[in-house]
Design a protein. Structure first.
Length: 261
């Protein structure tokens, strides 16, 4: 989109400063001038909206079930955590910081070309523990309440049965899924990520102290999520924005307009 914006903007500017003055009165614009000039305002508006206000994303996986389903189209607030320059993603105006419980979109630390969405469970300075399927923040267990069973089809092939719990994290109350028959952690999936020395892993789970300028994230579908447990902390510079609303789902129209908690 940036390339289109630069191209159409350059044609618009060239015509305004040079070409228009050389055309005879009443002569029509060449097609290669008319079309870029027509598209330039539209592309500019869309670019500004996506860069500084809101941006749409599609949920590709089940790592955030039951909060977000595969096929949900969501809106992400781009200015909640500060104004950033497009493309460079450099913050120019600091407004707020992510809080525990926020559903956040960010650039995947191992490949910044990919956007990930997870829930923030730890902010800088927090000591995050997840052992025997129980989350603790700074030594205090996060309150949960059983809701019942939850079933879904994974990848169109396998049927998954899980327990659904309501979790209270920060100012947020949301549902999570756990599968009691699966281990708390898959040790073989833990990478050698930056600042891993801030974490301790064993058979029952892990404990990590979140370093300055970083955040710890987990999926709501706890046993089906590749998250900070495995690839590490999210640097502040990788933040894209806060997920706020489901604006479309072709398979579940009743989800349209649902706020994301």
């Amino acid at each position: 989109m940036l390339i289109l914006l630069v191209f159409t903007g350059a044609i618009w500017l060239l015509d305004r400063l040079v070409l228009r003055t050389r055309r005879p009165d009443g002569a029509p614009e060449p097609w290669w001038v008319e079309y870029p000039k027509s598209f330039f305002p539209v592309i500019l508006i869309v670019f500004v909206l996506r860069s500084f206000l809101v941006e749409p994303f599609k949920i590709p996986s089940g790592s955030m079930i039951p909060t977000l389903l595969v096929g949900d189209f969501i809106l992400v607030n781009k200015y909640t955590y500060g104004i950033r320059l497009p493309v460079a993603n450099v913050k120019v105006l600091d407004l707020n910081s992510p809080k525990a419980g926020d559903v956040m979109v960010f650039r995947y630390p191992e490949d910044p070309s990919l956007d990930y969405i997870k829930r923030v469970v730890g902010v800088p300075g927090d000591k995050v523990s997840y052992r025997d399927k129980r989350l603790e923040i700074n030594g205090v267990p996060v309150a949960t309440k059983p809701v019942g069973d939850y079933s879904y089809v994974e990848g169109g092939l396998s049927f998954v049965n899980a327990r659904r719990l309501t979790e209270s994290l920060g100012e947020h109350q949301h549902d999570i899924l756990v599968q009691p028959d699966l281990p708390t952690l898959q040790p073989g999936g833990v990478r050698r990520f930056p600042l891993r020395e801030n974490c301790e892993y064993n058979d029952s789970g892990f404990t990590c102290t979140v370093p300055p300028g970083h955040f710890f994230t987990m999926g709501d579908n706890r046993d089906a999520s590749a998250d900070s447990r495995y690839w590490g902390f999210v640097p502040e510079r990788n933040i894209v924005g806060k997920a706020v609303m489901i604006w479309w789902n072709f398979d579940a129209m009743g989800r349209i307009g649902t706020r994301i908690h």
